[in-house]
Structure formats: C-alpha cells, structure tokens
Design a protein around this ligand. Structure first.
Ligand code: XMP
Length: 530
C-alpha cells in the first residue's frame, strides 16, 4: 500500500500557495500555531527538525516558524536549529524555545531559569511598531501568555530588543535586516488576546504571504490531484456517515464521478435511524453509488460474551476489515484505490519530535484497514484540520446534518454498552440516546456541544415504580465541550433540561429506572467510558 510520505515535497498546485514551514520542537501548542496560520488563510505544514537543505529549498517556504518545546537549549542531545534554515534567507519567527535557539545560534545570552507559566504584561519598545508589532503603540502594555524555563537575557549582536516584561528583559527581539524575529511568549494561544495580529504581521508584513488558502481553492486543487492520481481506475470508499469520510467521498466523487463506490457497513452498533439517515442523504444529495452491507448479526456474534473494552475494539476492527474486503471483492469493481478520511492531526501525531503519543485506547476508525490490502490510498484530507474539513464540506454543499455531526467512535455503541453487548442492551441504549439527542437538538444547543452520548452501565439499581420495587438499568449521560477531543469539559446543562431528559428516559425506555449525568473533565476521565 503506498502511503504518501510526510516529507514529500509539495505538488505543483500546493507550491503555488504562499507556504509557511513550522518546525516542531515538541511544544504542546504546535498544532495551535498551524491552526492560527490556516485561519489567516495561509497554507502551512508542521515538520520535525532535521530536514535536509535540499528538501527545504524544494519546499520553498515564504517563512519559517520555530515552535516552542519542552527542552532547554543547554540539555544534551536537544533538537537544534538547522543551519540550512538560516541559509534560506526567508523570515523566521522563533517562539519560546524557538527564540532561544535563534538567540543561542546567533550569539545571544540564554539564561536557565525556573519554569514560569501564565499571564504577563509586556511593553513594546519605541520604534518597534513597524513590523511584528505593527498596529501596536510603542509603550503600550499588552497581555501575553508565557510558559518557559530558560529565557533570553541579551539579544544576539545585530539584534535589538523589541519588547520586555517585568521579568523578561528580552520578551521579543529582531534583526530587521535579516528578518529574524523571536518572541518569548506564545502568540498562538487564546490567552494572548492580540496574538493573532502579531502572527498576521509575521505572515503578511514580514513574509509577504498571500491569504489564498480557502476551502474552494482547496476543492479545485484536490479534485485535480485526485483525477491525476486515479485516472480511469475504480475507487472505493468506506463510509461511516461521519463528517470526515462523507467529505472525502464527496470530494472524490466530484473528481471521478461514477468510478467511485462507497461501502457502508451496518455493524448493528449504530444509533437509532443512523443507517437510514446516511443512506437517504447519500442517495438524495450526493448521488454516489452506495452499497450498504448489513453485518449486524456477524458483529454481534463475534462480540458474544466479550466484555473487555480493548478486546471489543480489536474484534470490531477485525470484523470490519473482513466484511469490507469481502464486499469489495463481491462487488467485482476491481478497484485500485481506497479513499480514507485521514486528517492532518493524525499525520502530525505520528511524526512529532516526541513520537506517537502513548496508546490510551486503541482508536480504530472504521476504515482503519490493514497494510496488505491490495489498494493504493487516496487521502484527500491529509492536510486539513477538522474545522477546515467542515469548510470543505460546505463548499461541496454537503448536507448540513453531515457537517455539524458530533464525532462518533468507530466501535459505535459497543463501547457505550459497558460490559457484554447484546441486542437487547443495544436497543435500550439506542432509545435513551435518541431521547437525549432529540432534546439537545430541540433546545438548540447541539452545536455548542462537541459530543453528547448515553452510556448503559453494567449495574442495576433499585427503584420504585407504581407500588412495586424495581431492579433495573442505569443510564449515564455525557456531554462535553472540546476543541479537538484531546481535552474536554462537561457541558453545563440547565437543571430543568436534565430533569426533562431524565424523566423522558425513565418513562419511555423500558428497563431503565435511573439516569445520572457525568461531570468529569478529560483529563483525568476520557470522553467515552470505555
Ligand atoms: P476518548 O474517549 O479517548 O475519545 O476521550 C476521544 C474521541 O475519540 C473518539 N473515540 C474513538 N473513535 N474509535 C474511534 O474511531 C475508537 O475506538 C474510539 N474511542 C474513542 C471519542 O468518541 C471521542 O470523540
């Protein structure tokens, strides 16, 4: 299977855009830098340090951002500043550790210090309001957010200090002639309220970028690229009904039309009406050839008697692959390409200087297929963040129900029926989940919530119903707000709302006599219960 490598040089089409290279030194905010730059409609990519000079020249960045990172420039074996970057002669912005690397490399003084986090008041130096701090008054106090151990005490020769805080004599510096800039604070975080203006100044004043990275430009280019790749060959796509695979399918459909066949596997672990909704929307709006496979019995059979969450995930992943392969074979389309909705965060994670993060849960996306499949991959969303995927979906006029949709895990309700999964327990959960979703939609708060779900607990509780004692199931409700699913907080429903949902579930779902609301944040909890 041919995977595009992360270090691939740009295609001609991408190369026509202004491009910013972000060198990742392991900061937890590196993705945020990329998001801010993309929000300014400038194309950027994150790469680890150590790219060759030839690679850098081929990549042709209009500017480079050096991220922060957990290291100290004094530690042994820390990632350094590639001299090839400086030889490119393009503007560079070093953030935090990136600034310290620049300072050290150019002969400035970096002093070790204790770790400091939090807000600081920064004053911009006289005469420094013409490039990075354009639009700011010299002498103006600015709220900035810092998180660092070491700091720069003295700018390198030929550099001038452009801002300071009470504790940081050099909160920002520059070499105007060489267009090298450093900031000790983090302009990419929301806690630096005017950070976006500073990044815009870097992009547009200093690097002279064009703001040409738009969803419609992306669609035009992606369609062209997919056509070139696929030629006359047949293409298949595993559709989950979620936003990523739907947008990927719509994009590929625009490129290759009827050569695309989508396969939707009904695992029997879907929510109420989900299969019908996906089918209807696809047939009505997209006119894409869609094959729906009912494999519910097969999945339930495989899951029988299994209660360990990771075993469930593995079984579901394996069964999915088997069903998918079998269906593809039976279709006899002789497909050469397989579409996957891989997003940029998945790509970055596996190439960060810190390496892939520890496995907390094995996230098998429905569509996570094995290496030895006889297909080449088409991953048209590899460069995009989730919000950009939604933008592309809107440009493609995808039905809004797909675009707004909360994320739904590949293993579906199997990881929300805690313990053993049976048809009956799935039915109970499905009903409760439908009521919860319906009430959220009815209250007009669906879009404020990252994800809302009902969980069927593996305990029973005592209750009274009518004049008798009951001993029945417990449903836990969970709703969270989040930017990216990595961290999350519970959603503060009004009490009246919770009361209504609880009453409805207990009255309308047979076998449930108690409802609880989960008020844990992630971390330390996770979004799903298993
Ligand atoms: P957690 O529970 O780890 O979930 O906080 C973070 C996000 O990932 C989704 N999730 C999964 N998605 N396969 C998936 O495709 C999985 O096994 C899986 N487990 C969790 C979860 O719904 C949330 O959006």
């Amino acid at each position: 299977m041919n995977r595009p490598t992360s270090g691939a040089p740009p295609t001609d089409r991408q190369g026509a855009h202004s491009r910013i290279l972000i060198v990742d030194y392991g900061s937890q905010f590196t993705q945020l830098i990329a998001r801010r730059i993309r929000e300014a409609r400038v194309y950027c990519e994150i790469h680890p340090p150590g790219r060759s000079e030839a690679w850098l020249r081929r990549w042709r960045p209009a500017g480079v951002v050096l991220s922060g990172g957990p290291s100290s420039v004094y530690d042994p074996d820390v990632p350094g500043l590639d001299p090839g970057l400086l030889r490119l002669g393009v503007p560079i912005l070093g953030i935090c550790y990136g600034m310290q690397l620049l300072a050290r490399q150019r002969g400035g003084a970096v002093v070790p210090g204790r770790r400091e986090y939090g807000r600081a008041r920064m004053r911009i130096a006289e005469g420094a309001g013409d490039d990075l701090f354009h639009g700011f008054d010299p002498g103006e106090e600015l709220a900035v957010w810092c998180s660092h151990g070491d700091h720069v005490d003295e700018p390198p020769p030929g550099f001038e200090t452009t801002a300071a805080t009470r504790d940081l004599p050099v909160a920002a510096f520059r070499s105007k002639s060489r267009r090298l800039h450093g900031v000790q604070f983090h302009p990419e975080v929301a806690h630096t309220p005017r950070g976006a203006e500073i990044l815009d100044n870097f992009l547009f004043r200093i690097c002279q970028c064009r703001a040409d990275w738009t969803a419609s430009a992306f669609v035009d280019e992606a369609v062209g690229r997919i056509r070139e790749t696929a030629g006359d060959a047949q293409v298949i796509c595993g559709l989950s009904g979620g936003v990523d695979s739907s947008v990927a399918a719509a994009l590929v459909h625009r490129a290759v039309g009827d050569a695309l066949t989508c396969i939707f596997v009904d695992t029997g672990l879907l929510r109420s009406g989900e299969r019908e909704r996906v089918e209807r929307t696809f047939r009505e709006h997209m006119r894409i050839r869609l094959v729906v496979v009912d494999a519910a019995a097969e999945f339930l059979g495989e899951l029988e008697g299994v209660s360990d969450p990771e075993t469930k995930r593995r079984i579901i992943g394996g069964t999915f692959i088997r069903v998918f392969e079998r269906t593809a074979r039976e279709l006899g389309t002789n497909a050469r390409f397989l579409v996957q909705g891989t997003l940029y965060p998945d790509v970055i994670e596996s190439h960060s200087v810190q390496g892939p993060s520890a496995t907390i849960k094995t996230h098998h996306n429905v569509g996570g297929l094995p290496e030895e499949m006889p297909f080449d991959l088409i991953e048209p969303l590899r460069e995009l963040f989730k919000d950009e995927v939604r933008g592309v979906g809107r440009t493609l006029e995808l039905d809004e129900t797909f675009i707004r949709r909360h994320p739904f895990p590949g293993p579906g309700l199997a990881i929300r029926v805690l313990g053993q999964v049976t048809a009956e327990r799935l039915r109970t959960l499905r009903r409760a989940d439908a009521i919860f979703t319906e009430e959220i939609e009815g209250a007009g708060i669906y879009d404020e919530i990252w994800q809302a779900l009902a969980v069927l607990l593996p305990v029973r509780s005592v209750g009274v119903m009518g004049d008798g004692r009951s001993y029945e199931n417990v449903i836990a409700l969970r709703a969270v707000t989040s930017q990216d699913g990595m961290t999350a907080d519970w959603y503060p429903f009004e009490h009246r709302f919770l009361a209504r949902v609880s009453t409805r579930i207990i009255n309308e779902v047979a076998g449930v006599n108690r409802v609880t609301y989960d008020i844990s944040s992630k971390p330390p909890a996770t979004i799903e219960w298993e």
